[in-house]
Design a protein around this ligand. Sequence first.
Ligand SMILES: *Cc1c(COP(=O)(O)O)cnc(C)c1O
Length: 470
Amino acid sequence: MIRKSRKSPREVLMDTLLRQIPKVDDLLRLPALNTLAAEVGAAAVTEAVRRTLDRLRADILVGTVTELPSTEALCAQISASCRASRLPSLRGVINATGIVLHTNLGRACLSDRALAAARGVSQGYSTLEYDLTAGERGQRYAHVEPLLCRLTGAEAAMVVNNNAAAVLLILSALTAGGEVITSRGELVEIGGSFRMPDVMAACGAVLREVGSTNKTRLSDYANAISEQTRALLKVHTSNYRIVGFTESVSPAALAELGRSRSIPVIEDLGSGCLVDLAPLGLRDEPTVQASVKAGVDVLSFSGDKLLGGPQAGIIVGKRHYIDLLKRHPLARALRVDKLTLAALEATLQAYADGTALQEIPVLSMLAQTPEELHQQAESLCRRMGGIGVTAEVVSTENPVGGGAVPTQTLPSFAVAVVPRDSAAALEAQLRQRPVPIIVRIAHDRCLLDMRTLFPADLDEILQAFRETAS
Ligand SMILES: *Cc1c(COP(=O)(O)O)cnc(C)c1O
């Protein structure tokens, strides 16, 4: 029989290390941690000390730590852990991906005017549902409805939480209990659980698919119309395109058919662009004005895609239908907050003032020319070189993102950083900073694309590389 009487050298070392771990109270008496406690409170520091010592103990037990850190190093770890745990979970990041409408990174960045407006109405009380002229209860939608009508040419407008909510409200209010005729080429899934056929089912409407994946003709819609038909629906294929041997029905032709048969025509425009993007090199993104002019009865689009405003679902169209939507019980559940309305009104005002291209970050980012981006990349690359970072300027191609112009890219430039260790390690380090920097990896390099960087981001980026280099 073998008796295990003696500990292995590894176990002896482990025991020694575990015994040498400082006591919580001893650490808390250190001047460095006292200073920290004065700043963030004693409880937060105590918690950070416990967390750090637990980690150290665990690392010793699995053998990744074979030597105790110095007291200074331990204090630095505790301090870092303490500060990290106090960072908000939802916080600002630097988007160096070059994708302007990055859904995971919050889509549209708001203009200064929109931010000021949101602050202005939320710091104190506001006219949210108060009519100053009459001195009595007013309408929440009244703040943006006239602007939306003026900009789009529509008769009436309302705003809900997001475009998914807008589609839900429209279908529930106008089509429940009946059939909705839609092209097989437009049964869109926009990610998450938002699939057109499922949404329709949830709204109590029956989907009546017509045509084929690549071709749908006006006669397909016309032949499918019956007693049960409640609406004809067009969905903008915002995140894909069907190309090749294709045919689809224009909003104008569908609107004409709807009018002749007294059936409302609904269009989910997805992105909801108010300006022609062709001068920026982006083709085929329909404008809201064009669909209104074509005679579509009810249209919906997002506030935080190409429009460049806050998350919102904007609905415009014929007054009769918009009134039905405003009165529907779901409208109350999907209603927008004052912060959203204020930011949206300010964003729309920039379009009305003709300053949208300069003022709205989404549009000004998209409007940057390759020459401007190249110059900015050269400048950042030189500054990086100055602090010992190996990098070069490379040309890139970025999608716009956020379900807009899916098959096209915009040419841009990036600073490609050669990592000291691995690109994945550098990417993770940049991502885990208090102000995270989100980069793309290509050919073992970390790419900082200029299109989505604000001037103020550049100093933070340089600081990050100074710290990761040390
Ligand atoms: C993005 C999109 C939606 C959803 O809009 P959200 O504002 O994200 O809710 C719906 N339909 C289409 C076609 C879209 O592109």
